[in-house]
Design a protein around this ligand. Structure first.
Ligand code: SOE
Length: 382
């Protein structure tokens, strides 16, 4: 019998919309044993929260996330607030016995994330971090192809996530819309916001990172505070270029910036193995580019796999073969896997513990950007 799962959302921004859409759609397409109910949304700005609740169908509004956690009728807390409040909310929610889902990155630093992992594990509550790009069907197909050994030994992992929205020095820091530029709220710049996605996908596809060295830069040194209007030093990294050594012996290169004119969300990855190469591009998200070296010489070449068939990951649940899906579906898939995990007892990844590793790598990037040194990450070292 299908159970209901009452969701308490904290926040009403862009990510709260992506998550709410996923919670509301999932049971129309996936049989997971659970039907989410949008029970209540919490935010200090109750006017905005009320408008959000009306638009998405939340039954109630709370002006404080603590009230949401106290409610006996809430099963899961979904955290969609700026990074500096993730830890406090997640720890309180876990202590209250709620399931906890947290927007990425888990926390601003590994030190902040550790007690979050301890809290969910001590309480034994299901938990997950929203690294949604794993759930793009084409990326999931890449995972299956690697796990089947199609690439053979892997030599290179390459990823980029490029944007251009902070080039103007007039973009402020802090405030509801631009907290991502404020180091206090965000913890870091492109590293925690964009590279974290690339790293999460990379360690899932290609295994752990043993060591890295990074170059980081803050191009605009001072910006206005969105609230006070006063000029303040900018503490975030605007761009990062990283070289890594993976535990499997492969070399990784990662690049992220918000200063690449013309790029809004250009996430691409490529993996080169002994038997072939695989590539994926968010702007063509339903395709995997595949070069199979074992194909006879005259026929050998890059092929483009259109990931829209019923046998492809998740696609059998949507439309008929050949019809495409988009960005928002990756969130629906993540919720579907989370609910499935509740039903079958196999927790969906990345859990808080999995996501802590990504945050640990982000810390190492920031540290290396400052010191110019390689950072050893093997066996838990930092
Ligand atoms: C920032 O612009 C952002 O919205 C990130 O916060 C998301 O995680 C990323 O998926 C798209 O870009």
């Amino acid at each position: 019998m299908t159970k209901t799962l009452n969701v308490g959302m904290v926040g009403y921004g862009f990510m709260a919309r992506a998550h709410s859409n996923a919670w509301s759609k999932v049971s129309h397409f996936f049989d997971t044993g659970y039907r989410p109910v949008l029970k209540a949304v919490a935010a200090r700005n109750t006017q905005k929260a009320t408008a959000f609740a009306e638009q998405w169908g939340y039954e109630a509004v709370e002006s404080d996330w603590r009230r949401l956690i106290e409610r006996a009728d809430i099963d899961a807390i979904d955290i969609c607030t700026p990074n500096d409040s993730h830890a406090e909310i997640a720890i309180a929610a876990a202590k209250a016995g709620k399931m906890v889902l947290c927007e990425k990155p888990l926390a601003r630093t590994e030190a902040e994330g550790k007690p979050m992992v301890e809290a969910v594990e001590a309480a034994g509550v299901p938990n997950m971090v929203w690294y949604n790009y794993r759930r793009v069907p084409a990326v999931m197909l890449v995972k299956r192809m690697i796990d089947q050994g199609l690439l053979g030994h892997i030599y290179h992992y390459r990823a980029k996530f490029l944007q251009d929205w902070t080039i103007s020095p007039d973009v402020p820091q802090g405030g509801a819309a631009t907290w991502r530029l404020d180091v206090e709220s965000a913890g870091s710049g492109v590293t925690g916001d964009l590279l974290a996605h690339c790293l999460d996908t990379a360690i899932w596809l290609n295994g752990g990172i043993d060591s890295l060295t990074a170059m980081t830069e803050t191009f605009v040194k001072q910006r206005k505070d969105a609230t006070t209007g006063a000029m303040r030093d900018v503490g975030i990294d605007d761009a990062a270029a990283v070289m890594t050594r993976f535990a499997n012996g492969s070399l990784g290169t990662f690049e992220s910036t918000r200063y690449a004119r013309g790029h809004k969300a250009a996430y691409t990855l490529e993996i080169n193995g002994e038997n072939g190469s695989l590539a994926w591009d968010l702007h063509d998200l339903n395709r995997v580019a595949w070069f199979d070296h074992r194909t006879p010489g005259a026929l050998r070449g890059w092929t483009s796999i259109l990931v829209t068939d019923g046998e492809h990951p998740y696609l059998g649940k949507w439309w008929v073969p050949g019809l495409i899906i988009g960005y928002e579906h990756s969130f629906v898939h993540q919720v579907a896997d989370f609910l499935e995990g509740l039903s079958n007892g196999k927790p969906a990844a990345p859990t808080f513990r999995d996501a802590l590793e990504t945050t640990r790598i982000c810390d190492a990037i920031i540290a290396s950007g400052r010191s110019g040194q390689w950072v050893d990450l093997a066996d838990g070292a930092t």
